[in-house]
Ligand binder design. Structure first.
Ligand code: FAD
Ligand code: NAI
Length: 471
């Protein structure tokens, strides 16, 4: 007899596991299938994405601060040495504690974990193939596809797991590369490039477009390039990679500049970070008549995450929108709450994004470039961290907060932050945007003194009145 459920979730990442827990809280009988051979839930995010990369970013930031910043605070240390093995082991411990935490939550709320690969059989049936090949069929009223994404491979620069690698291997290098060549100046290229640069690598970034972080606020992406260059990263923009060859443990990447010049870069590792693609291999989408865009691989859904096949839903990296963990979780929760008869929705205008380099970059809403494109009349309020007491006290004065508002109504349309702890500062702006608030609303909220958040208040005041109080 097949096991029978209200909901079977295929994929145990932040989209899938969060949806499974919420559905169980809403009294559904839920199973979640995950194919990772180590039986670890948490998906890309916990295992090989957000968490291990942030663990290394935090550790490498401390190393960098010890080497280059502590002396300015009057702290002298003796000789500083990198213990990479311990740094990697700490990262692995953080990962295993968090993935174990998902298992604990499944137990607590009654989600049944299944370890294997899920495949749609049609008619409310899912086949699960365990690592040893054993097959089980699960019967269910609803199926949620949350199989996430995988690194995009360039046909002329194939991953070999050693010299030409994806982010997964770049999180586990056993020694610091002498020269890391990074193809792609986006999230992964800059975050993992920063990790290895801080730990001692020479880092060269090759980017196809005229600027790094091409979807970020233009002014911020230019400043990021300036600051990362000051930290020692080298950038080649408008550079089209054409191939690579490996000789004596060295990789030579060939490329073409904008004006057609042949270029070559030799290093000991190449990180290819040119985006990610939905992961649907072996899922049985065609057999189950689930429509997807053949070019992008993204599964098509309506506003309630319903696919073209009755009773089958999809969320997260598998569908349109930014490939971010919190976006996947929000969709998972909203999708299953709909199944339970509730009426929530995801506000895609208020999904924040963060790039965890130093100084950090965070953003919510429209950029100036998008406002111009949409012909929306807007005002700008900009406030530099250098004018705040806290940033001065921290000796972290690079960057600014930029608040963009509707010129007529003062409603906040976008906020873009480059600066220390921008990751945490954006939360206030997300709340204001969620409540359709104005720059005046932000400015009239008291911001503790002295905190970095005062820069958000002052930038908002600047957008609202045209004048900050402290600059
Ligand atoms: P995933 O997390 O990809 O989970 C899908 C799961 O489904 C996987 O575990 C996979 O093994 C499983 N699966 C696939 N097919 C099957 C099948 N047929 N049967 C069973 N299981 C299956 N986002 C952020 O918001 N913040 C960050 O700081 C951040 N950092 C990142 C750093 C890196 C290096 C990378 C690569 C990504 C990062 N991301 C970050 C993006 C984030 O990881 C993804 O957006 C998020 O994990 C997507 O969640 P998901 O649930 O849709 O899919
Ligand atoms: P990305 O989309 O952020 O950046 C890819 C970059 O590669 C772009 O700048 C693009 O122009 C460039 N590119 C594309 N083809 C190229 C080529 N042939 N040669 C040179 N450059 C080329 O993708 P990335 O960095 O791989 O990350 C994937 C996704 O993972 C991100 O889009 C994001 O959604 C998620 N992520 C989120 C993080 C966060 O939230 N902090 C951190 C890491 C990843």
């Amino acid at each position: 007899m097949a096991d029978s459920y209200d909901l079977v979730v295929i994929g145990g990442g932040p989209g899938g596991y969060t949806a499974a827990i919420r559905a169980a809280q809403l009294k559904m009988k839920v199973a979640c299938i995950e194919k990772r051979p180590n039986k670890a839930f948490g998906g890309t995010c916990l295992n090989v994405g957000c968490i291990p990369s942030k663990a290394l970013l935090d550790s490498s930031e401390m190393y960098e601060a010890t080497l280059h910043k502590l002396a300015r605070h009057g702290i002298r240390v003796g000789s500083v040495a990198l213990d990479l093995a311990t740094m990697l082991a700490r990262k692995d411990k953080v990962v295993s504690e968090l993935t174990g935490g998902v298992g604990y939550l499944f137990k607590k709320y009654g989600v049944t974990p299944h370890y294997g690969t899920g495949k749609l059989l049609g008619g409310g049936k899912v086949e699960e193939t365990a690592v040893d090949g054993a097959k089980t069929v699960l019967e269910t009223k609803n199926i949620l596809l949350a199989t996430g994404s995988e690194s995009t491979e360039l046909p002329f620069l194939k991953f070999d797991g050693k010299f030409v690698v994806s982010s997964t291997e770049a999180l586990t290098f056993q020694s610091v590369p002498k020269h890391l060549i990074v193809v792609g100046g986006g999230y992964i290229g800059l975050e993992l490039g920063s990790v290895w640069k801080r730990l001692g690598s020479k880092v060269t970034v090759l980017e196809f477009l005229p600027r790094i972080l091409s979807i970020s606020d233009g002014e911020i992406s230019m400043e990021v390039q300036k600051l990362l260059s000051k930290q020692g990263m080298e950038f080649h923009l408008e550079t089209k990679v054409t191939g690579a060859s490996i000789k004596s443990d060295q990789v030579t990447v060939t490329a073409q500049s904008k004006d057609g010049k042949e270029l070559s870069f030799t290093g000991d590792r190449v990180l290819v970070a040119v985006g990610r693609r939905p992961f649907t291999a072996g899922l049985g989408l065609d057999e189950a008549r689930v429509k997807y865009d053949p070019k992008s691989g993204r599964v098509e859904v309506d506003e309630h995450y319903k696919t073209s096949a009755p009773g089958i839903y999809a969320i997260g990296d598998l569908i349109a929108g930014p490939m971010l963990a919190h976006k996947a979780s929000e969709e998972g929760v909203v999708c299953v709450e709909h199944l339970a008869g509730m009426k929530p929705h995801v506000n895609y205008d208020a999904i924040p994004s963060v790039i965890y380099i130093w100084p950090e970059v965070s953003s919510v809403g429209l950029t100036e470039e998008q406002l111009k494109e949409k012909k929306i009349d807007y005002k700008i309020g900009k406030f530099k961290f250098a004018a705040t007491g806290r940033a001065k006290a921290m000796d972290e004065t690079d960057g600014w907060v930029k608040v963009l508002t509707d010129a007529k109504t003062d409603r906040v349309l976008g906020v873009h932050i480059l600066g220390p702890r921008a990751s945490d500062l954006i939360a206030e702006c997300v709340t204001i945007m969620e409540y359709k608030g104005s720059a005046e609303d932000i400015a009239r909220c008291a911001h503790s003194h002295p905190t970095l958040s005062e820069a958000v208040g002052e930038a908002a005041r600047m957008a609202w009145t045209g004048m900050p109080l402290n600059s």
